[in-house]
Design a protein around this ligand. Structure first.
Ligand SMILES: [Zn+2]
Length: 118
């Protein structure tokens, strides 16, 4: 057994997740970008205009999804910084390592997340 706290399973998991989450933050920032759309006045053709409005709505909906995802990732990074990462923020039980491996941004156990989402 190692005497260094930095090699404990929990710290290894947090360090591993931090790397993943930080790269996720960068990818999300790049994907979200500044909100910039072509002004609708540019479209004189009705079909083009309708398509432009539709494309804008789709882009805006996707943007919202990405922004929400970014908040979740940023929240997980805060938990890592605070040293509380890996424990469910609702019931304080440890979050399964397998769950964190596939979902490093998870800050709740499966049960609490299910309750939270419904
Ligand atoms: Zn929980």
């Amino acid at each position: 057994m190692s005497t260094s706290h930095s090699t404990s399973p929990h710290h290894r998991m947090a360090a591993r997740s931090r790397v993943q989450l930080e790269s996720a933050v960068r990818a999300l920032e790049a994907a979200i970008g500044p909100a910039s759309y072509a002004p609708l006045e540019r479209y004189t053709d009705t079909t083009d205009s309708v398509q432009a409005v539709h494309a804008r709505h789709t882009a805006e909906a996707l943007r919202q999804v990405l922004i929400e995802k970014q908040l979740v990732v940023a929240h997980a990074l805060e938990q890592i910084a605070a040293g509380s990462y890996g424990s469910c923020e609702d019931c304080s039980r440890p979050i399964e390592a397998d769950r964190l491996r596939v979902l490093p941004e998870a800050t709740r156990c499966v049960d609490c997340q299910r309750r939270h989402a419904s």
